[in-house]
Design a protein around this ligand. Structure first.
Ligand SMILES: C[S@@+](CC[C@H](N)C(=O)[O-])C[C@H]1O[C@@H](n2cnc3c(N)ncnc32)[C@H](O)[C@@H]1O
Length: 273
């Protein structure tokens, strides 16, 4: 008698989803994946993976709901204030110094896994604060690429309207947000440098010579070998001595092999070798 492997149903379900929406679920940690799929199975009343696969076949909208569930968008402006303090007082001035010494006046960053936009807009505000201090005859330009897999999150990010905004001491929020009846709208000056793209993190983007990458609270969902592959993508996209900022519960293990060195351990800031 041929015995079915316990995860065979899950494998078939993953294969089906890969064909249906082109998403490679193998990159995620199995426990995380099972937990999130379990949420949708309960919501749809399916008792096993194969029943859920059948449900997906009959209800084309369900795949989108599952992706939404997989991509938890918890985020906020200036999340982990000490990290943003370090960015404001050390990292961004260091980037500006590096560029000015080379007469390069373009600042380029990537927010990878940007969710609903709070992260790239926080970054845009900090860079704009720094640019305001510069001599007016220096032609500084700022470009922040912000990517995420979740189309609904990216749609919200592009609109830039938030019910709540968390503040960073010393920043005049009214300079960067317009209060409206429904919340706070990110001003055009903050939005203009940010380009949002719908993109899977495991695909290499056409970004090179970046000064800074923020990939915060995203790598935790990925398997160890995928994490390494993503770090390699970041290494290629950064210029030498460019900075990488991870989430507070994330770290680069064996950083010397990864091409990154710890720069500020507590804030999880690394520097490309
Ligand atoms: C918890 S949020 C983090 C948001 C922000 N970086 C922060 O720290 O506040 C994780 C984000 O990663 C995104 N994500 C998950 N898997 C992804 C993938 N394969 N490619 C791109 N983004 C992904 C999710 O859609 C979600 O918006």
């Amino acid at each position: 008698m041929v015995r079915e492997r316990p995860d065979q149903g899950l494998e078939l379900l993953m294969r089906h989803l890969n064909m249906q929406i082109g998403l490679d679920l193998k990159q995620y940690k199995p426990n995380y994946l099972k937990r999130r799929i379990g949420v949708r199975m309960r919501a749809t009343g399916c008792s096993d993976y194969l029943e859920y696969r059948q449900f997906l076949r009959q209800n084309p909208d369900e795949a989108g709901k599952l992706v939404n569930d997989l991509t938890i968008n918890v985020t906020e402006f200036f999340r982990d204030q000490d990290v943003y303090e370090a960015l404001r007082s050390h990292i961004i001035p260091e980037i500006v110094k590096h560029k000015r010494e080379r007469s390069l006046y373009s600042l380029r960053a990537w927010s990878a896994g940007c969710a609903t936009g709070e992260e790239p807009y926080s970054l845009s505000i900090l860079f704009l604060e720094e640019i305001r201090k510069m001599r007016k005859d220096e032609p500084w330009t700022l470009r922040i690429t912000a990517t995420d897999l979740d189309d609904q999150a990216v749609m919200k990010a592009k609109i830039g309207l938030y019910e709540e905004i968390k503040q960073l001491p010393g920043i005049r929020m009214e300079d960067y947000f317009m209060p409206l009846e429904k919340g706070f709208l990110v001003r055009e000056e903050v939005k203009r440098p940010v380009r949002f793209l719908l993109m899977d993190l495991v695909k290499t983007p056409p970004l090179r010579q970046l000064d800074l990458i923020l990939c915060r609270n995203v790598l935790i969902y990925f398997e160890r070998d995928k994490q390494a592959a993503i770090l390699e993508i970041f290494r290629k996209c950064l210029r030498p001595e460019g900075f990488l900022v991870l989430g507070k519960s994330e770290a680069i293990i064996k950083s010397e092999d990864s091409g990154f060195l710890p720069y500020r351990r507590k804030e999880r800031i690394y520097r490309r070798q």
